[in-house]
Design a protein around this ligand. Structure first.
Ligand code: F6P
Length: 370
């Protein structure tokens, strides 16, 4: 078999586990194939600018446990709709052919892309241009339907759970209500898992619109039980009944421009008008994506990385690695992207009848929907 030259990039936002995938992928490739590896910097921007570093046992040494990515991220560099300057003006252009030409020039014959829906959509489009592409899905939100679980999710759940514990002790000391905003966009998986594991009293998720009455009812119930503090875990994209999600900012150039934010502050303000206890809010934000990758995510990332190397070796291109029925497999990028199954509009969200919703309810946790 001819020596392969493989390029890797990490697109979109970072997620704990990206380094662990790079780590396992590089090792699996080097142990099973005659190959050379390069890593493009800042996602597709590196491919456009032909900016890469060599990847080998030395350059990837000691990265398995580290969050973030040694290849850096960018969530703004869609080469099919790229901002370039022409005659002093900023214009949008399709510069994908430059990337393909750069790969040819360097002799890179396989491209492995780690990213979310936007990054994987471009991966599919490069595949259509004849590039040998393998996709590896990532998001802490765990909202991609084509795969059962994405790396980064477990780490985020651990961080939120730990912080809910920390907030309990200060909330109890001051007899306060604490509203904790967590990531997840329009999917409530992080709040649901961490809310149960971290003993939240109220979990608010986008899939089950809440009422302020429902939250106040729970706070008052707890008071009658002698508990003067309440912990509320809310997904950033949660919606009040009849209302809409709180938008924090719009990031121009990002495939998914809307960033949610502000729902915890809004709820805290609403509660202050209705209850005697003091209310404080806390947005965990990017802390949820930082630091060390959890052991479970390192293990999952190892499986994703090794499966990606297997697909490269077998020449199964145009595929995305997915966990289905507990088994690592390859699914066609055309199927998962073409059907919008990994796009935000087709996100894997929490079914209000999900077992964990029932578990939470039976433990006395409310979703404040009544
Ligand atoms: O999709 C992952 C995610 O962390 C979301 O949970 C969050 O809304 C968003 O990315 C934040 O994006 P950014 O890093 O651009 O602020």
């Amino acid at each position: 078999m001819a020596k392969k030259k493989i390029g890797i990039l990490t697109g979109g936002g970072d997620a704990p586990g990206l380094n662990a995938v790079i780590y396992s992928f590089v090792r699996a490739c080097m142990n099973t194939m005659d190959c050379e590896l390069v890593g493009y910097k800042f996602g597709y921007r590196g491919l456009y600018k032909n900016d890469f570093i060599p990847l080998n046992l030395q350059t990837t040494n000691g990265i398995q446990h580290r969050g973030g990515t040694i290849l850096y991220n960018s969530n703004k560099d869609n080469l099919f709709d790229y901002t370039v300057e022409e005659n002093g003006q900023k214009v949008k252009k399709n510069v994908s052919q430059v990337a393909v030409d750069n790969m040819k020039k360097e002799g890179v014959d396989v491209l492995v892309v780690l990213g979310g829906d936007g990054t994987l959509t471009s991966a599919r489009d490069f595949s259509r241009m004849g590039v040998n592409v393998i996709g590896v899905p990532k998001t802490i939100d765990n909202d991609l339907p084509a795969t059962e679980i994405t790396f980064g999710f477990d780490t985020a759940v651990n961080i939120v759970t730990e912080n809910l514990g920390r907030l309990h002790t200060t909330a109890e000391s001051h007899h306060r209500v604490m509203v904790v905003e967590v990531m997840g966009r329009s999917a409530g998986w992080i709040a649901l898992h961490a809310g149960i594991a971290g003993s939240a009293d109220v979990i608010l998720i986008p899939e089950i619109p809440y009422t302020v009455d429902g939250i106040v009812k729970k706070i008052n119930e707890r008071k009658t039980e002698g508990k003067e503090f309440t912990i509320i875990c809310v997904t950033e994209g949660a919606i009040e009944k009849g209302g809409s999600a709180s938008v924090g900012k719009i990031v121009e150039d990002s495939p998914d421009a809307v960033r949610f934010g502000g729902v915890a502050a809004k709820i805290a303000h609403q509660l202050e008008q209705r209850i005697e206890n003091e209310v404080r809010y806390c947005t965990l934000g990017h802390i949820q994506r930082g630091g060390e990758t959890s052991p479970a995510d390192r293990l999952l990332s190892a499986r994703y990385g090794v499966k990606a190397a297997e697909l490269v070796k077998e020449g199964k291109f145009g595929q995305m690695v997915a966990l289905q029925n507990g088994v690592m497999t390859g699914v066609s990028l055309e199927d998962v992207i073409g059907d919008a199954k990994v796009s935000v509009s087709g996100a894997k969200i929490v079914d209000p009848n999900h077992e964990l919703v029932k578990v939470a309810k039976q433990m006395g946790i409310t979703f404040a929907d009544a």
